[in-house]
Design a protein around this ligand. Structure first.
Ligand SMILES: [Zn+2]
Length: 1017
């Protein structure tokens, strides 16, 4: 296998996303149809990342369009034609070490995989044999058939003959024929004030801002309208509004103004030479902000929030060869559905998009005159529709450039009917619970049922919301919750070979109409299986049942699993040898044992069903295989190793908090996300949980606010003559209230043609995040060793390039530009992270879960995993308090992750994202212990303390305020562990001291020496 490329899209199955499953590109009609592709019912299985060269590709309904978009197919050539895999060292004529493993920043090599299509799950409409009434759910296993039980168990003995249950509806994909796109004539723009919560300040910043034609690739357009009444003001791009008819400024002016803007002006700090071997502490005292792209201020003010959308390089190289020379990865990191405190929402009967490439109008388009705008992605000139002339914010006419769409890089549209192929689906939630003996032992069922009871009214949805439950052990138990029943009925299907739905119409019920029955069930479920002795787990058949039940509507399936599935299809055997956990040999079994879960996930994706997996287990569960059910259906994975209600109170607390967040967080259904970029740039590999439906379209049956994505890019055509390029991510989804909505984010970045400018714009956190995703793929497709080498080489390559191509004067030492000074530290953090570490005992599931997190967490959360923050707490009073929302919060500085920084007299907090470690030194001041922990001495610190007592002392208030403030920065809950030097958790704490040497891993300084050796070669 070639070591050049990071290739696979989702990392498993040895598959490669070949950047172009389509032999002919999807042609986009000049309508809104491209988003209709995302509707339910489109056959998708065969459109996996497999390249479909085998001719097995079924015709897709959205391929019928004939008009070819400029963007999709600029040259008439088909998209899959990619440059060959770029060896990463083209600039070095001779590579001394042939075994050097590199991360290819170039498009992946084409390595076709075909995904077998199997619909076997729902092709067996065999009939159940009999129905029996059973008085108690824990009756001995019947040989076949289904039983009908009331829940809970009292009741007379009575046999119901139910006849047959034909799962006839499972085949119908439930989509209705698309509405034909209607013309946008006579559209009224309605913008309710409440739906458009722009602050006055936001509106005013728009005043007078006009964006002129930026890329001179469209020279012919430059001289078109010539009213030109006033001279240009000095700032580029910024014109008073009355100069609206100003013709676009020419490329020469632009160049000079951009040049005047001067990368040099900003560069000095970013490019300041840092000798890593000499400057010991490189950490800034507080959070690290994203670098600001070097754009004219007016343009930058409108740019997308980097927390939502950012690029590894905030200055885009003009050519691929320049990018290759810099040896930095080019890619985007997205957090597209992030909870936002402010989001402009536009209700419009027509949404203005480029007729050619379907880009949504955005702040970075240019208005040639009042009636025409030029697309910033494909440069087509489009007409400004009449209704766009009215500005709902100022309630004035004739100011299209002041419309909210042109003033906000992040905006949401409520989609008109042509964005729908079927009525928006209701919110549908199905909970599938493991009720085997093992599951009951952990006690998790109580927590789930209690949490659901508490949050039932907070589930996102409306009057159409549906809910259902399945439980399983060796059999599958359904629950009839039909309105009118006096109590829930349990229906048991024991034949797990050919799973069918006993009463398809009464298993998913309207939540508001059947709330009492649902509550009854949740109250009785924990007891129903309390005495079960059933140890088997038929997870695969339970998932098939869930798929059948959800297919007609789509929605969210939440699976709770506590052991390896042992029965029926999808049963797994243990693949982990505990003795090998810390061996130096490569880690095996990172890829799935069977493709059952992946195939089922793709079936789910095709029916707009996402599957979220909660894994609670002390034993090996083969997350590498089970996780596929979520990965390809755009679900989430939660993992609670060694979960037990009583024995692991901290885990229980986290599980409870996670459940609350999970049940109540925003959710989007039947979603698709398309990422577009300026002509010349090309997207080639995606990272995250999704299914790639076409070259740039991700199928996301569900989208949630905690999902992150990464995209690798390449430069297909030189970006000569372009000053800026843009990227646009558009997420079409159905809200839980049944509205079709489109959230659009647009990012604009400058193009540069010097390698020092590329380095000056490097975003070290984004680079780390993208490299982490690439390395996860590499671990699966090649090996862990290979991935580790490739990460190290990414550091060596970029610093070598910096030394040879940027530095004018050679100096001794290991030199890095200030903006990349943390790259070696972050990469070392990754090498010591659970996902990639070696030599330390790491359970396979822990490792795989860490890999899942690196692939699908938003960058902000991911950085906690790469480099935890360490603070000293017992000296808080001395550290610059900040007034945050009228609270004084101390802001201790972030310390290096080294035991050097720990002193026995101190108390420290390590923030690893999901956990806080509150480390108490042996010689800590007893006053602090009394005032913060409420104990008299170090010896009295309890071993398993998870909360700080609320004491009425200044120290207690300060400490809790700081920890509380940290918690507020993230939507998930961080469990606190108070640890002393004897604590069992001390080893985990110490493993995070990534600057220190361990038996099997280099210290930071040793790592730097290793890198220096390679760079100096
Ligand atoms: Zn366009």
């Amino acid at each position: 296998m070639s070591n050049d490329g990071f290739t696979s899209q989702n990392g498993t199955g040895g598959g490669t996303y070949t950047n172009g499953p389509l032999l002919s590109p999807i042609a986009l009609q000049p309508t809104t149809q491209d988003f209709m592709e995302g509707q339910a019912g489109c056959p998708t299985i065969a459109q996996s990342k497999a390249p479909l060269t085998s001719g097995t590709n079924p015709s897709r309904p959205y391929q019928q369009a004939t008009e070819v978009s400029m963007y999709q197919n600029p040259s008439g050539s088909s998209l899959p034609v990619m440059p060959p895999v770029g060896p990463l060292r083209p600039m070095q004529p001779s590579q001394p070490d042939p075994n050097n493993h590199r991360m290819s920043m170039s498009p992946p090599s084409q390595s076709p995989t075909t995904l077998p299509v199997s619909n076997s799950y729902y092709q067996h409409p065999q009939q159940p044999t009999s129905w029996q009434y059973r008085g108690h759910p824990q009756i001995e296993a019947p040989s076949s058939g289904i039983q009908l039980c009331p829940v809970p168990s009292p009741g007379p003995s009575q046999v119901y003959r139910m006849g047959t249950a034909t799962p006839s509806s499972f085949h119908s994909a439930s989509q209705s024929p698309g509405h034909s796109p209607t013309s946008a004539s006579g559209n009224n723009l309605t913008m309710p004030a409440a739906a458009y919560p722009l602050l006055p300040g936001q509106m005013s910043k728009a005043d007078g801002t006009v964006y002129q034609s930026l890329p001179p690739g469209y020279q012919s357009m430059l001289g078109v309208p010539k009213p030109s009444p006033v001279l240009l003001p000095p700032q580029p791009y910024s014109l008073p509004s009355q100069q609206y008819q100003q013709p676009p400024i020419g490329p020469a002016q632009l160049s000079s103004s951009l040049a005047a803007l001067s990368l040099q002006a900003q560069a000095p700090e970013a490019l300041r030479v840092v000798n890593l071997l000499q400057e010991r502490n490189l950490l800034p005292p507080g959070p690290i902000p994203a670098p600001t792209p070097c754009l004219p201020q007016d343009l930058q003010k409108l740019n997308c929030n980097p927390e939502v959308f950012r690029c590894t390089l905030t200055s885009i190289p003009q050519t691929q060869s320049l990018l290759n020379k810099a040896r930095l990865p080019l890619g985007l990191l997205l957090h597209p559905f992030k909870d936002l405190s402010q989001l402009p929402v536009v209700t419009s009967s027509s949404i203005v998009r480029c007729r050619s490439c379907r880009t949504y109008i955005n702040p970075f388009v240019s208005f040639l005159d009042q009636r025409r705008w030029k697309c910033n992605l494909c440069y087509r000139v489009n007409d400004v529709p009449e209704e766009f002339m009215y500005n709902p914010v100022s309630r004035s006419y004739g100011e299209p450039h002041k419309r909210p769409e042109v003033q906000n890089a992040t905006i949401e549209f409520i989609a008109p009917s042509e964005y729908m192929l079927r009525p928006p689906q209701p919110a549908v939630y199905l909970f599938v619970l493991d009720v085997s003996h093992n599951a009951v032992e952990t006690g998790y069922i109580d927590v789930v049922c209690q949490s659901l009871l508490e949050n039932l009214n907070s589930l996102p949805g409306d009057s159409r919301t549906k809910i259902g439950f399945i439980t399983f052990d060796s059999m599958i138990h359904f629950y009839n919750l039909q309105e009118g029943l006096s109590q829930p009925q349990m229906l048991i299907v024991s034949d797990t070979e050919d799973i069918f739905l006993p009463t398809p119409d009464s298993l998913l019920v309207n939540l508001s109409e059947c709330k009492e029955l649902v509550q009854d069930l949740l109250k009785s479920l924990p007891q129903m299986f309390a005495k079960t002795m059933e140890t088997q787990s038929a997870l695969g058949p339970a998932l098939q049942a869930a798929f059948k039940l959800m297919s007609p509507t789509g929605g969210r399936v939440s699976i709770f699993q506590t052991q390896l599935p042992t029965l029926g299809i999808g049963a797994l055997g243990s693949r982990e040898d505990p003795n090998q956990r810390s061996s130096a040999k490569d880690v095996q079994h990172l890829s799935p044992a069977t493709d059952f879960y992946k195939k089922l996930a793709l079936d789910c994706s095709g029916q707009q069903v996402a599957v979220d997996l909660f894994l609670l287990s002390a034993q090996y569960c083969d997350l590498a295989t089970l996780g596929c059910i979520s990965r390809y259906s755009a679900g989430s994975v939660f993992f609670y190793p060694s979960y037990h209600n009583q024995h692991t109170p901290a885990q229980t607390e986290r599980f409870q908090k996670d459940l609350k967040r999970y049940l109540t967080r925003k959710i989007g259904f039947e979603a698709v996300m398309r990422i577009r970029c300026t002509k010349g740039l090309s997207i080639h590999t995606f990272h995250g949980n999704f299914f790639v439906r076409s070259t740039d379209l991700l199928s996301l049956p569900n989208i949630n606010p905690d999902a992150g994505f990464a995209v690798q890019m390449s430069i297909e055509e030189n970006l000569l003559d372009m000053q800026v390029v843009s990227f646009q991510a558009a997420l079409l989804y159905t809200s839980s209230k049944g509205e079709r909505r489109i959230r659009v984010h647009t990012l604009c970045l400058p193009v540069v043609n010097s390698i020092s400018d590329i380095f000056a714009g490097a975003d070290v956190q984004a680079i780390t995040g993208l490299l982490a995703s690439m390395a996860v793929d590499r671990s699966v497709t090649a090996s862990l060793t290979d991935a580790r080498d490739a990460m190290t080489n990414a550091v060596i390559d970029s610093l070598t390039s910096y030394r040879t191509s940027v530095l004018a004067i050679q100096q001794p030492g290991l030199l890095a530009p200030a903006c990349l000074r943390l790259l070696p530290l972050y990469i070392l953090g990754l090498l010591k992270q659970k996902a990639f570490r070696t030599g330390t005992s790491t359970r396979l599931d822990d490792r795989v879960f860490a890999m899942c997190q690196l692939k699908c967490q938003p960058l902000a959360y991911l950085m906690y995993l790469v480099h935890p923050s360490l603070y000293r707490l017992d000296t808080l009073i001395n550290e610059g308090p900040q007034n945050i929302d009228d609270h004084i919060i101390s802001q201790p500085r972030v310390l290096q992750l080294s035991v050097e920084k720990l002193i026995r007299e101190g108390v420290f907090l390590m923030d690893t994202g999901s956990e806080f470690y509150f480390w108490v030194g042996r010689n800590c001041n007893p006053v602090f212990l009394r005032q913060v922990l409420g104990v008299q001495s170090y010896a009295d610190v309890p071993l398993n303390m998870n909360h700080l007592p609320e004491l009425d002392t200044a120290e207690s208030g300060r400490t809790r305020a700081f920890i509380g403030w940290l918690r507020e920065q993230r939507p998930f809950y961080s469990v606190l562990h108070v640890i002393g030097e004897e604590s069992p958790l001390k080893s985990i704490f110490m493993q995070n001291m990534i600057e220190d040497r361990t038996e099997s891993a280099l210290s930071y300084y040793e790592f730097l020496l290793h890198v220096q050796q390679q760079v100096s070669k």
